[in-house]
Design a protein around this ligand. Structure first.
Ligand SMILES: Nc1ncnc2c1ncn2[C@@H]1O[C@H](COP(=O)(O)OP(=O)(O)OP(=O)(O)O)[C@@H](O)[C@H]1O
Length: 540
């Protein structure tokens, strides 16, 4: 399903975009036929520039264009065309390697590639390789098949390349594409909406010195889309987060009572899981509520991605596994709760709405302490939210408290721990010391309805550098078998949070691996597929 063809074709035609049929004879005919079948009659600006301004389709190239403007097709078309035109290399070799920062984006790129190659006879194969899936099965299909195109995430790609036999299949590589290159290079052709200056020196290792540079973004212009109205809501303290979010969602739902489709980003996977639990209790009878983050099993992530792509309305609570590149049709609204890691992350999240020419809205909700983000990122077109939601937030408090009484204590414990871990790295910006951080986290716990601060395992406290900090409830956290998240779903407290004497020293099952300042951080598994912690290399 796609919202884009109808809009884009009309809008692109109106804006005098170049029609794809002008590429007859220059681009492989079956590729053009596939575009026509899909209803993509005109090039988006980035596609036009890549297809008409590159010295040739084999040129190294750095491309920068705003989010949601069709970069995927812009890199797939020239690389597919030139591989089809060259046709040398052994059958079964990978000719185009696309490195993607997340699994969800890898699957989306494969879908776009399959669409473009659907008219080719014989067909060419596009494979994926990413974590959370059965490696042996994927590898067998990869080795026995003819994976002309491979879309991979860095960890699994590294696995493949470290096996010499498997690496052989890459020896005739024609094109390397780094999608979302700025994240990829923290870790051919490079494509991104943002390009922080510290990435530039690394680019010279990937691209030839004479590489082409294509940008559809004025360098002084903000990379967010002009079609997104962006607002900030400043709340006095963290303790009103949940009631303010409830009030904000209620306010935004009034704009589209029957069919709001929104993504709500949180800062950590477990914090997102908690918001999902809360809002499922609060609004689950009125609107579909989804969660997507790294603590879910891969099948659950894949299913939710598909469901949310296809739904007309719903609230998706998400971490940065879908912060970049993901194309969910018709998202009306993006809400960010808490600090994004930086301005680029803010921009990419906002880019999940107003895609392919649709309008969208974005709201960032920050506490008074966190509002420095707006000053630091003054170039972003964020205006104060036009409606004062403080009164409705106060009215929403009893319902939020009631909904929290049905949320598992272990979910609150994990969200609390993740909050500490995430904000530890922002202490300086927030102008707080360790005691101040714990005070904030305890306010957050209070807002979740915890009568006292949830217990933190003493080893986690050590890893976070919070040993001896006043206000922490330190002990040895025991997880229920299987990682501490129950299988049932009835909301009864279980799992984490049982107290044992701190000196007993037993390392809890899976509870200690994410204590540091990395976003999205503590362990657990959950009904509906939330997983045990620590092993996931994916962001968020
Ligand atoms: N020429 C076109 N005509 C109509 N729709 C198009 C065209 N090109 C791309 N689209 C559609 O526009 C949407 C956005 O494209 P895409 O996901 O490639 O954006 P992007 O620039 O990579 O965004 P991001 O920076 O967020 O990764 C997709 O649904 C895609 O299929």
């Amino acid at each position: 399903m796609s919202n884009t063809a109808v809009y884009s074709t009309a809008m692109l035609a109106e804006s005098k975009a170049k029609p794809y049929n002008s590429m007859n004879g220059k681009l492989s005919q079956p590729l053009l036929q596939a575009l026509e079948k899909k209803g993509y009659g005109y090039m988006t600006p980035v596609q036009e520039k890549v297809l008409t301004q590159l010295p040739n389709f084999k040129s190294d190239c750095l491309v920068r264009a705003k989010t949601g403007t069709g970069k995927t097709i812009a890199f797939l078309l020239p690389s597919l065309h030139s591989v089809l035109a060259s046709r040398n290399g052994r059958a079964g070799d990978v000719r185009i390697l696309i490195v993607s920062p997340t699994r969800e984006l890898a699957m989306q790129i494969k879908a776009e590639c399959d669409m473009l190659t659907s008219e080719l006879r014989p067909a060419i194969e596009c494979h994926t390789a990413f974590g959370g899936t059965k490696k042996d099965q994927n590898l067998k299909a990869f080795l026995n098949g003819r994976p002309t195109v491979l879309v991979a995430t860095p960890g699994r790609l590294n696995d493949y390349l470290s096996d010499q036999y498997v690496a052989e299949k890459f020896s005739n590589l024609h094109t390397l594409i780094l999608d979302e290159a700025d994240t990829m290079l923290e870790a051919g052709m490079c494509f991104s909406a943002t390009m922080p200056p510290n990435i530039k020196p690394v680019l010279s290792k990937v691209l030839r010195a004479d590489h082409a540079e294509i940008s559809t973004v004025d360098l002084n212009e903000t990379p967010t889309h002009e079609l997104v109205d962006q607002y900030s809501v400043i709340i006095p303290t963290i303790s009103s987060t949940f009631s303010s979010l409830a009030a904000l969602i209620a306010q935004e739902r009034q704009r589209k009572p029957d069919a709001l489709k929104a993504i709500i980003f949180g800062t950590t996977a477990n914090g997102v899981g908690l918001m999902y639990d809360l809002f499922k209790n609060l609004l689950g009878n009125e609107i579909k509520v989804y969660e997507l983050h790294s603590r879910l099993s891969q099948p659950a992530r894949t299913r939710t991605t598909e469901d949310f792509k296809n739904t007309a309305s719903g609230l998706m609570f998400a971490s940065d596994v879908i912060g970049r590149g993901m194309d969910f049709p018709n998202v009306d609204l993006v809400i960010q709760v808490g600090l994004p890691s930086n301005g680029e992350q803010y921009v990419h999240r906002v880019g999940r709405t107003a895609r392919a020419g649709n309008n969208g809205r974005a709201v960032i909700m920050l506490t008074d302490r966190e509002k420095y983000f707006l000053a630091v990122n003054r170039h972003l077109p964020i205006k104060p939210y036009t409606i004062d939601i403080s009164a409705t937030a106060a009215q929403a408090t009893p319902a939020v408290e009631q909904a929290f009484s049905g949320v598992e204590e272990s979910a609150k414990q994990k969200a609390y721990q993740a909050y500490l871990g995430f904000n530890k790295s922002f202490c300086k910006n927030l102008r707080i010391d360790n005691t101040g951080l714990v005070t904030l986290a305890n306010e957050y716990a209070h807002a979740m309805g915890c009568p006292e601060p949830p217990m933190i395992d003493k080893s986690v406290v050590g890893k976070m550098g919070l040993r001896g900090t006043h206000g922490l409830n330190v002990g040895v956290v025991q997880r229920a078998p299987g990682g501490g998240r129950g299988q049932g779903g009835g909301g009864a407290p279980r799992g984490g949070g049982q107290r044992k004497p701190a000196q007993s020293g037993g390392v809890p099952n899976g509870g200690t691996s994410n204590g540091g300042p990395r976003p999205n951080g503590s362990a657990g598994s959950k009904r509906g597929g939330r997983q045990g912690g620590g092993r996931n290399k994916q962001p968020a």
